[in-house]
Design a protein around this ligand. Structure first.
Ligand SMILES: CC(C)(COP(=O)(O)OP(=O)(O)OC[C@H]1O[C@@H](n2cnc3c(N)ncnc32)[C@H](O)[C@@H]1OP(=O)(O)O)[C@@H](O)C(=O)NCCC(=O)NCCS
Length: 170
């Protein structure tokens, strides 16, 4: 059975394992192999903010199947320059590749949207890698639209080209 719950600081390593595996499979061909192959969960684990009750901090929910974390979603206020106060952001959504296509992402994104809505946000944005067709199709089916806004950022030590998607939170 699939369940979800808020992440705590004790989940950091399990979240980081999912994070690294999702990057290694999901971003293969989009980011250099040498970079992806060198990723280590231990390097990411102590850089998350997990379990904070401050609504201006990132908030992470984890999906758990058979006692194992198989995905996570992180939300928070929009971090973009000039963002208005009504706009929240889906900061991360990653599912372990062994669990793709079984509804984990769908469940997490629904809960992420509900969380943003409950904080009073009426709109949300997310950034997704240019060329990440699997994720972009997933977001479009979930009602998000590309905005024709791109950026290049340094993320976890590599340079990434992203496109922004937006969705209303009715
Ligand atoms: C993008 C991502 C989060 C999607 O997660 P997921 O768990 O595979 O998503 P779901 O299973 O909910 O949906 C994926 C597909 O499975 C289908 N599906 C949903 N529930 C299902 C179920 N119970 N049984 C079978 N298929 C199902 C969905 O309809 C969808 O199909 P479609 O793409 O043809 O529409 C995941 O692929 C991932 O982590 N990718 C790598 C990292 C990444 O790109 N993250 C986004 C960063 S911006």
């Amino acid at each position: 059975m699939l369940t979800t719950r808020p992440a705590t600081s004790n989940d950091a390593l399990a979240v980081a394992r999912v994070h690294v595996r999702a990057w290694q499979d999901g971003y293969r061909g989009l980011i250099a192999d040498e970079y992806l192959d060198a990723l280590r969960p231990e390097d990411r684990a102590d850089r998350y903010t997990l379990g904070s009750s401050d609504p201006s901090d990132p908030y992470t929910i984890v999906a758990v199947r058979d006692g194992v974390i198989c995905g996570f979603a992180t939300t928070g206020p929009c971090r973009d320059e000039h963002a208005d106060a009504n706009t929240g952001q889906l900061l991360a959504l990653h599912v372990d590749p062994s669990a793709w296509g079984r509804g984990v992402g769908r469940r997490l994104i629904e809960e992420a949207r509900a969380r943003l809505h409950s904080l009073g946000f009426t709109e949300a944005v997310l950034w997704v890698l240019v060329g990440n067709e699997r994720a972009q199709r997933f977001y479009r089916i979930d009602g998000w639209s590309p905005e024709n806004i791109e950026r290049t950022v340094e993320l976890w030590g590599t340079s990434i080209d992203d496109v922004r998607y937006r969705r209303a939170l009715p």
